[in-house]
Design a protein around this ligand. Structure first.
Ligand SMILES: [Zn+2]
Length: 116
C-alpha cells in the first residue's frame, strides 16, 4: 500500500508544483508517478508557469520556443524541431531504399519474363 501523504508533503507539492515532478519526487523521496498522481488528485499542474504563457515548446514543455528561428516558426524548440527533422530524414531514407528495392525487383521480373 502506498505511503499516505502528510499535510507537510501536500503543502510542499502545492508550493512547488511548477518545479515539475522530478524535482518534487527527489525532494520528497517519492516516485515521479506518485507525485503526478497526487498532483492530478489535487488538480495541480506540474508544468512550468511559462508553459501556460505559451513560451515553452508544446512537444517537450521544457525549452523555450524562439520565434525568430526556423524551429520557432514551426512552433517548436530547436531540439524538438531537430529531432523532428531527423525523423523525417530517416523516413525519407527508408522510402528511397524501398523504392530502390522495388526498382530492382521490377528489373528482375522483366529479365525473368524475357527468359534471362
Ligand atoms: Zn521542445
Amino acid at each position: 500500500m502506498a505511503r499516505p501523504w502528510s499535510r507537510e508533503e501536500v503543502a510542499y507539492l502545492r508550493d512547488h508544483a511548477r518545479d515539475g515532478s522530478a524535482a518534487i519526487a527527489t525532494h520528497l523521496g517519492r516516485s515521479r508517478q506518485a507525485v503526478k498522481n497526487k498532483a492530478c488528485e489535487l488538480g495541480l499542474s506540474l508544468l512550468p508557469a511559462a508553459y501556460d504563457r505559451g513560451e515553452l515548446c508544446p512537444a517537450c514543455a521544457m525549452r523555450e520556443v524562439e520565434r525568430n528561428t526556423v524551429a520557432g516558426r514551426n512552433g517548436l524548440c530547436k531540439v524538438c524541431y531537430t529531432y523532428r527533422q531527423a525523423e523525417r530524414a530517416r523516413q525519407r531514407a527508408a522510402e528511397i531504399r524501398a523504392q530502390r528495392e522495388y526498382d530492382a525487383a521490377r528489373q528482375d521480373l522483366s529479365r525473368a519474363r524475357r527468359g534471362r
